[in-house]
Design a protein around this ligand. Sequence first.
Ligand SMILES: Cc1ncc(COP(=O)(O)O)c(C=O)c1O
Length: 416
Amino acid sequence: MLQVPQNIPRDRSLETDGLADVKFGAEIREKEFLLRPGVAFFNHGSYGTVPRRVLKLQQEYSYEREEHPDFWTRLNSKRYLDQARAALAQFVGADLENLQLVVNATQAINSVVKSFPFAKGDALLHCSYTYGAIANLCEDFTSRVKPDVESVNVKLSFPPKSEDDVVKKYEEILDQHPNIKLAVIDHITSPSSIILPVKRLLDLCHSRGIKVVVDGAHCLGQLSLNLEDLGADAYVANAHKWLYTPRGCAILYLKKESHAWARPLSTSWQIGRSLDMQFFDQGTLDHTPLICSLHGLEFYQALGGMDRVVGYTRAMADEAVEVIQRELGLKPAQLPKSMEAPNLRLVEFPPLKKFPYSVENLWILHKTLFGEASVFGLIIPVEGKFYLRISTQVYTSKEDIAALVQVLKNFFKDNV
Ligand SMILES: Cc1ncc(COP(=O)(O)O)c(C=O)c1O
């Protein structure tokens, strides 16, 4: 007979001392993050990075798990996970029963697409700026898994002229393909970093009976969300990007009506039971990142929440773009203000003598530019041009921006 030791479960919360008044920039970086000293890091957007305090709690959960793997798996991890689910549901304006925690956005969107009740001749829509891995999912699904479902791609221009222009392009494609039944719509495109007018696109799709899964991988912590109001059939967002959560953790919101068909990617022991049990138990996995989303959120809130965090990161992104333009003459991508992501900006590289535009040259270019330098940013190819994508975080400082400018100056001296 299993006996639960008295000291289990040990509900935890983040120690928040000093967070409300910590100075953003170099001070918070040194106190709270593990980034290598002396490296100006401008690519938070790809994988995020986790504060020391959150990692410490993740380690405590891991130790608790190893003390008694059965009590952990059978009794306590779901309890902890539900506390995190409840906090995140409140943060994103979702009813608890509509919100699940999964390991990443890729898995969440796979779950939705692969469980959607397509019929022969239906179509799945994505767009030219859908994240590469998700575009691959759409293509693979419609060619290998369900070859009787068509894949449709809406081509958007870069940079987009206006929200109206994007909506018009969607209208045209929906007119041409009345068989579209599910659309994957990005909220912030990546790596091209455009906020799409999701509410308008959702309303448009819904007016034609099309269901929508929104890929908001970059939105949790960056944009204010109210998922019940938004009304997407499914909404996916990573906590491990902008919500200080260990990799991998994502939310998967499923509107009540979607519960009838949406299922986890892995069918496992809980088949036929409640959706939260099915999503929780997709085989043996490490639930500590999912559980720690509670503490990533506590960290975010203790810093002052969206007002203070995004207030700072947006200002730093504006400043980085402005300084780079002034010092180096590089143009920012010309996006309408309403389509600009707070923490993600693109600046256009001039044509480079030694690195003609090609996707093959991309990693050689990264290595040459940043391999030996104490700076890192992401270079991305869009429509025949290289851009630098700048991600800003609470640890970004003016000194980091100056270091980036210096590295770019040195590089352009020999290459433009
Ligand atoms: C728009 C978008 N969708 C999906 C993903 C995939 O996220 P993950 O690798 O965590 O599954 C990313 C990752 O950068 C993304 O930017």
